[in-house]
Design a protein around this ligand. Structure first.
Ligand code: SF4
Length: 126
């Protein structure tokens, strides 16, 4: 009923979108690449949320998943809440900073150190 609510940002936006039944999906392109479930705004939000909550490492696979925003961008105007999820995901991914070193680069000594330690950083510094 309230129409004066502050716009959602960050984790709150991702949580809201992740739980949404995706009515915007009808506006997504119909080609195969765009119709992957992982490309929907709610799936992208779920991935971002999992990173924020420390349930998913911001590794190369996660970053690649977060980079698939074309379909979410294409259906942005169809979000009844006016969310720009593609933009939010892109900004979130940019805030993750440089990707961790490739798995083979560490020679195994620190194999466990980078995967779950530290958690995501959404801070502004690089
Ligand atoms: S972008 Fe809007 S309509 Fe689409 S899943 Fe997210 S909250 Fe729902």
């Amino acid at each position: 009923m309230s129409t004066d609510a502050a716009p959602l940002e960050g984790r709150a936006l991702f949580l809201y979108c992740a739980c949404c039944p995706t009515p915007c999906r009808r506006a997504m392109p119909t080609d195969d690449a765009a119709q992957h479930e992982a490309c929907t705004p709610s799936s992208l939000s779920m991935i971002a949320l999992a990173v924020i909550d420390g349930q998913l490492a911001p590794d190369a696979a996660t970053r690649a998943a977060l980079a698939r925003t074309a379909a979410a961008r294409a259906c942005r105007a169809a979000c009844p809440y006016g969310f720009d999820v593609a933009g939010a995901v892109e900004a979130f991914a940019a805030g993750l900073g440089p990707a961790p070193a490739a798995a083979g680069a560490g020679a195994g000594a620190g194999a466990g150190a980078g995967a779950g330690a530290g958690g995501p950083s959404t801070g502004g510094a690089r």
